[in-house]
Design a protein around this ligand. Structure first.
Ligand code: NAI
Ligand code: MG
Length: 502
């Protein structure tokens, strides 16, 4: 199933960018980590070193937060009009759009995803997000509120609310969509007038560093966006615990999300938004358009190699169609060509890291030990790249780890149901509640199920449909708050109630 581990070289521009001595962006300057330390970033398609990046830690986070504070409280950003902020965001979108191919290559080398997928999805979605948020900059409005104040009879007031930027924001992002996660975070922060310290994932720092160059080129004032590369336990933890950070926006594991809540509780009770794990149910009802549902179920789990927080990793199918659907999804899986993301025919690249490959394979082994069976896949590849075959599991039980825990790899557990009454409790039987999907031609049933599913996104007859205008986030342990849409704007602002006695 593995195509080859050979892949075309990146373009000269990308090679020269990747090969440079990468630094941190602090106060508008590219600077080395104070410790002088660097670390190597690996190409997951071949296990070879790809780039060398500065290893920022607490000292660098301190510098970056100070720069962000200064830019927030004085200087050109502080004085800028909403329209000017919007213009800068739009310009950033335009610049990014002229470099789609370059970013797609960087993303493919660093993360492992197919270059064509990054060029068709990750980068254009980031462009669109910045444009969407550019539009918001001039539309962040308060309200006027008639008040009564019963203990002051006869008094008259004029009350209104202001929506003000929350302040200095620490943003900690993962490696599955490196550029897009940076955009989801930066867009609303910049639209609202916040300043940012962005801590990118240690596995995939490169596209955010290139974006940092474009942020400078677009003309954002120094200190508005600071980018720190480094490890979670050091740089990330320092940002989460920093007493001068007003908000942390985090995407990653539920485990680290809980650490961030603790760090905020132990310091300054900074505001927090979290976008965490998932174990999303994808439900195919007997009246579904089966061929479409089969393709949809395959995309739901295999897109981005299953390294999606909203991956459709629990597939519920009526027993009467179970075999047909499982065979269909397995057939889809068999057609996916595994190979380096830079290979033009690769439909699926490697896992992002050896650790992630191990994690996925350990889950598979635990499933097999407990009696689960792979209809297709179930193995890693015998190469230096971190490939795992697309896998369809059957004969699972609800209590197995492969069914209850997030695998974050190309592994779907297919489960048969008999009684539609039991379906909703089974689908909702998870500590997570990020996404869910229903495939049916019965519109009433679809909307009824959409209401009953405890998840932040419900897709009907589709999966993985994202838009900058649609809020995204989780119920239960999938997180706090929402990204994108006007909900994200709300979460980067504070509301101030102002009252004047007439
Ligand atoms: P992680 O949660 O450790 O890493 C995500 C980000 O958090 C990275 O930037 C990392 O440097 C940072 N981080 C790590 N420890 C930190 C700490 N103590 N304080 C502050 N920041 C910290 O996720 P990891 O280890 O890469 O993946 C583990 C699992 O997490 C995956 O298998 C998957 O299940 C889940 N995950 C979920 C994601 C999502 O999109 N919701 C994205 C990435 C991982
Ligand atoms: Mg971790």
């Amino acid at each position: 199933m593995l195509l080859t581990t050979d892949a075309p070289q990146a373009s000269p521009d990308v090679q020269s960018f990747v090969g440079k001595d990468h630094k941190l962006l602090i106060a508008g300057e590219w600077v080395a980590a104070e410790s002088g330390k660097t670390f190597a970033v690996t190409n997951p398609a071949n296990g070879q070193p790809l780039a060398t990046v500065s290893e920022g830690d607490a000292a660098d986070v301190n510098r970056a937060v100070a720069a962000a504070r200064q830019a927030f409280e004085s200087g050109p950003w502080h004085a800028m009009t909403p329209s000017e902020r919007g213009k800068l965001l739009w310009k950033l979108a335009d610049l990014l759009e002229t470099h789609v191919e370059e970013f797609a290559e960087i993303e493919s080398l660093d993360n492992g995803k197919p270059r064509a997928v990054a060029a068709a999805a990750d980068i254009p979605l980031a462009v669109d997000l910045f444009r969407y948020m550019a539009g918001w900059a001039t539309k962040i409005e308060g309200t006027t509120i008639p008040i009564s104040v019963p203990y002051m009879p006869g008094a008259e007031f004029h009350s209104y609310t202001l929506r003000e930027p929350i302040g200095v924001v620490g943003q900690i992002i993962p490696w599955n969509f490196p550029l897009l996660m940076a955009a989801w975070k930066l867009g609303p922060a910049l639209a609202t007038g916040c300043t940012v310290v962005l801590k990118v994932a240690e596995e995939t720092p490169l596209s955010a560093l290139r974006l940092g160059q474009l942020i400078q080129e677009a003309g954002f004032p120094a200190g508005v966006v600071n980018i720190v590369t480094g490890f979670g336990e050091t740089a990330g933890a320092a940002l989460a615990a920093h007493p001068d950070v007003d908000k942390i926006a985090f995407t990653g594991s539920t485990e680290v999300g809980k650490l961030i809540v603790k760090a905020a509780g132990n310091t300054n009770l900074k505001k927090i938004t979290l976008e965490l794990g998932g174990k999303s149910p994808n439900i195919i009802l007997p009246d579904a358009d089966l061929p479409a549902a089969i393709v949809g179920a395959s995309n739901a789990i295999f897109f981005n190699h299953g390294q999606c927080c909203c991956a459709g990793s629990r597939l519920f199918v009526h027993r009467s169609q179970f075999e047909e659907v499982v065979d269909g999804v397995a057939e889809q899986a068999s057609q996916i060509k595994l190979g380096p993301g830079m290979h033009p025919d690769a439909g699926m690249g490697p896992m992002v890291s050896q650790i992630q490959q191990e994690r996925v394979c350990n889950y598979l082994e635990s499933g097999f030990r407990e009696g689960a069976r792979a209809v297709i896949g179930g193995n890693r590849s015998d190469t230096d790249g971190y490939f795992v075959e697309p896998t369809v599991l059957v004969d699972t039980k609800p209590e197995m780890q492969v069914v209850s825990e997030e695998i974050f790899g190309p592994v779907v557990a297919a489960v048969a149901f008999d009684d539609p009454e039991e379906l909703i409790p089974a689908a909702n039987n998870s500590i997570y509640g990020l996404a869910a999907a229903v495939w049916t031609q019965d519109v009433s049933k679809a909307h009824r199920l959409a209401k009953q599913l405890r998840a932040g996104s419900v897709w009907i007859n589709c999966y993985n449909v994202f838009d900058a205008a649609l809020p995204f986030g989780g119920y239960k342990q999938s997180g706090w708050g929402r990204e994108m849409g006007h909900e994200a704007i709300d979460l980067y602002t504070e509301t101030k109630a102002v009252t004047l006695q007439l």
